[in-house]
Ligand binder design. Sequence first.
Ligand code: PLP
Length: 422
Amino acid sequence: MRNKEIFEESKKYMPGGVNSPVRAYGDLNIDPPIIKSGEASHIFDEDGKEYIDFVEAWGPMILGHKNEDILNSVREVLEKGVGFGAPTELELRLAKYICSTVDNVDMIRMVNSGTEATMSAVKLARGYTGRDKIIKFAGCYHGHFDGFLVEAGSGVLTQNIPGSPGVPKGSIENTLIAEYNNIESVEALFNKHKDEIAAVIIEPVAGNMGVIPAAKEFLVKLREVCTKNKTILIFDEVMSGFRVAYKGAQSIYGVKPDLTTFAKIMGGGFPSGAYGGRREIMEQLSPLGPVYQAGTMSGNPVVMAAGYASLKKLHENPKYYSHMDKLGSLLEDGILEISKEKGIDLVVNRCVNMMTVFFTKLSEVKSYSNAKASDTKMFSRFAEHMIRNGVYVPPSQFEAMFLGVKHTEDDIEKFLSVMRKL
Ligand SMILES: *Cc1c(COP(=O)(O)O)cnc(C)c1O
């Protein structure tokens, strides 16, 4: 079947034809290509068309498609059996590797997705502190757990309105919303809810309202405020972990969270997730402690093997990160040049290999309200043009574009030459 036929038929059997909403290209006037295969930094659709992949499965495929080390380690597991629901040495190998190569993780618990990691980390923080409220930031995404699905309207600090039907008001009454990069908005919540806040959860480099890196002094102050109030600071590094640096965004900022969540890259392309942090907090988890969290598929051997192969490769090759940063800077400079040449108003936000082009007249984009002020129609025109011409970029203004180890200067030049024809 060809792209069009597969997508049309998929709509009969899966809502919107997809298993995750953004894939349906709701904001674009084109249908999503149906992807058949991938090779390094390129992917191919069912019509035989080739694309340079700047989505990387939304982050995980940093090593490119069909990485030999990952494939070989998975093949080995397949020969022995793919799941036992029992302790395995592969779990130990990955857990030990993460705890010893990443900072601020004394112990870790494996789960199956980023959503599971963040919701479990919040539960653990609540169990540990005996408090109920959490603070999240407007525009940050931590998965589809009810407690995180809060639309922060223009009155960011006032009423909580569920961001989705199906979320009872009760599930979010303990979710407080602060403004990204605005420490006063955090302090105001702590003043109002003294001794009630279990955790603050944040993407230290936001990627889900488009890329917005936190300001360093904001994260430093956030750490101070959490320490002073005995509140658990959770860095959601599901996207940024092993990406902006092997040791994540926290290593770039030099700020220590109490708990960190991972997913995406840590599974080498397989469904994965994990949360970890300070030993005394992690020891509150069942079976050691009273906080209950479990998973039939957690620590699955295939995932553990793929994750280990992936992280080992990244950890042993620091040059990968300088390569991605160099390409990122080439791409950023090129886009800014095109914007001048063509008189297009835009801002490029980038952290190493995570990047978003905001079509906006603003001179910088530092918060959710800045991001929301972007010209999303212009973004859609841009994304459609790029994808039609073989450059696979995210179909929404509020997503991150990724560079990977396998991207080349040629890939960047192709991106720029296509964009020049916008
Ligand atoms: C992708 C993402 C999640 C959700 O992970 P899933 O595996 O899709 O459940 C949570 N937090 C951040 C920062 C993410 O980028």
